[in-house]
Write a protein that binds this ligand. Sequence first.
Ligand SMILES: [Zn+2]
Length: 298
Amino acid sequence: MTAFPLPRDLRGYGEHPPDVRWPGGARIAVSLVVNIEDGAERSVARGDVADDLGAHWLRHRAFPGQRDLDLESAFEYGARSGIWRVLRTLRRHGARATAFCCASALQANPSIAHALVRDRHEIADHGLDWDTHSALAPEVEADLMQRSRRIIEEITGVRPTTWYSRDGLTLHSRDAMIDEGFRYDSNSFDDDLPHDGADGLPLLVIPYAGDTNDSALLSQYPTAASFSSFLCSALEMLGSEARPGPAVLSVGLHPRIIGRPAYIAALDTFLTRVAESGAWIATRQEIADAWLSETAGG
Ligand SMILES: [Zn+2]
């Protein structure tokens, strides 16, 4: 028989989340996350045994020991062209995002770092490289986290607010995040609202989202229209359903994908709808701060 409680929280706020509002009385906080990882992916060019297939160019296959210049170039598009189209679109809508930055991607193109700071986007740590942490020993992971945090701080002049793993946490990641001084955690998909850290850790969790994320373009969403429709459906549902409490709608964006000419309209359409809805577009740090101040003592 299973012993309770399990080391997981399957209850959360349940039917009665805190009935608070975001600044301006908004019911929905929209968090835009721009992933700066192009050029930080595994590649034969940097000495890995095979290339990373995360560019979502489906015709590609990993060729162990052999560079795939086409695949490399699909990532390069994000750093060379896509990011600027994304930043222009955000500027046009007056929208500030949280940038999940791989340190080596900023080293490869510091002008991206400068533009993110100039446009007042939040700087977050997405690792030294766009790599897997799942099997790392605790001291190795902590060392990587510290190195990436220092490099990002050096290039941007800003201390990253949080660390987000490419593909999940180890059992030690959150302790290392606290030791490194990160202010909140986004490594979760478990709720519509921020909540206290797992296992009583003093680290607020702001869940991220894998569905409202452009990484599914070319598979789930073949066109900009289908992706924007998916995002707008989430916005409308969260705004109209009869429930207590606010919500956070996280949207994940990748310059090599949403920055393509055919897809950027999805972001433009969604941001237009967000403005009409009265939702609050905020960085994740602003969401953390607002949540903590609204729920303090409650
Ligand atoms: Zn990412």
